[in-house]
Design a protein around this ligand. Structure first.
Ligand code: MTE
Length: 322
């Protein structure tokens, strides 16, 4: 299948106020137009989307970073989305079959207002924000990605979780007709992930609908994926169809498969090695067209977000509660 080619995105742009206002309008339209993602990948090239992005900058609260961003073409062609195959290049080729519109999310469990809602209703009235986050995979590579999305907590509160909601579980679509990879028993499908409720309500936790000023491509988890920048990438569950508020910690896919290798918390921790991969350093995907990986750099506790999130884990033995 032909690869979906998207127009290049400027690495950065200085954004004047009027441009910025236009950009906000455009971002809003884009973030809630998941159909664009599919249309753009069916044969004809998508319409050029010239969205000036704010230059990467350090922002209070960990919402931005001045580290160089990973190139769009690398972030969208080096992926983990096992429902479309386990090779890094498989999802960008195979995920074109994922139909992302219409899309709805079933929300249930310990909340006053459960229900199955269309994506547009789930996100209604919420203005997508751009967050430039580091993403660290437990395999030892990392990226810097400008996401578009809404704070997870704002969406969860709409369903009025009860005092018994101590955890939140997320589930990915599992449709063998759209997802050829789930014929292979690599994981116990559907892909499942979870957070403690206070983690889910943390302002850094994002429900992403876009990246690089465009709607999310299918291979990156369109139309809705989780981004939890202080945790290993496998917590960032893609193409979410269900959210459940629970009293107890949910079972999660990678933890179920190999609990000694993939913890429930999975906070980035350079001091605790994975049995197969050292976590002390990482290879940043900062390709320049010739070389995908830059030199190794030290990995930071909580992926550099310790100031924002370490207090969530006070009193916990971080080596044990990996
Ligand atoms: N979500 C689903 N449904 N299936 C997956 O295989 N892989 C996870 C996570 N979310 C995965 C998933 C892993 S291991 C990582 S590192 C990130 O997605 C990768 O996100 P990216 O492909 O956008 O870089």
């Amino acid at each position: 299948m032909a690869r979906c080619r998207l127009p290049p995105v400027p690495a950065s742009g200085i954004t004047g106020e009027d441009v910025y206002r236009d950009r906000r309008r455009l971002l809003k339209a884009l973030a809630f137009a998941p159909a664009l993602t599919i249309a753009g990948c069916r044969g004809e090239p998508p319409p050029p989307v010239d969205v000036p992005r704010a230059a990467a900058s350090r922002r209070a609260g960990g919402f931005g970073t001045d580290e160089p961003m990973t190139r769009y073409e690398d972030a969208t062609s080096y992926n983990n989305f096992y429902e479309f195959g386990s090779g890094k290049a498989d999802p960008s080729r195979a995920a074109k079959t994922l139909v992302t519109s219409p899309w709805s999310v079933a929300v249930g469990g310990e909340c006053a207002k459960p229900g199955t809602v269309p994506l547009e209703t789930l996100l209604k009235g919420l203005v997508p924000e751009e967050r430039v986050y580091r993403m660290r995979c437990v395999e030892g590579w990392s990226m810097v990605i400008p996401w578009l999305g809404v704070p997870l907590g704002k969406v969860l509160r709409r369903f009025e979780p009860t005092a018994d909601a101590k955890f939140v579980a997320f589930t990915t679509l599992a449709d063998p007709r759209q997802m050829p990879g789930i014929r292979a028993p690599i994981l116990d499908w559907p892909y499942r992930e979870g957070l403690r409720i206070d983690e889910a309500m943390h302002p850094l936790a994002l429900l992403a609908t876009g990246m690089y000023g465009k709607p999310l491509p299918q291979q990156n988890g369109a139309p809705l994926r989780l981004v939890v920048p202080w945790k290993y990438g496998f917590k960032g569950i893609k193409s979410i169809v269900a959210i459940d508020f629970l009293r107890k910690a949910p079972r999660t896919s990678w933890n179920d498969m190999q609990p000694r290798e993939y913890g429930f918390f999975a906070n980035v921790n350079p001091a605790v090695d994975h049995p197969r991969w050292s976590q002390a350093t990482e290879r940043r995907i900062a390709g320049d067209g010739n070389r995908l990986f830059a030199d190794r750099i030290p990995t930071r506790p909580f992926n550099g977000y310790a100031d924002q999130v370490a207090s969530l884990y006070q009193g916990m033995d971080l080596a044990r509660w990996y």
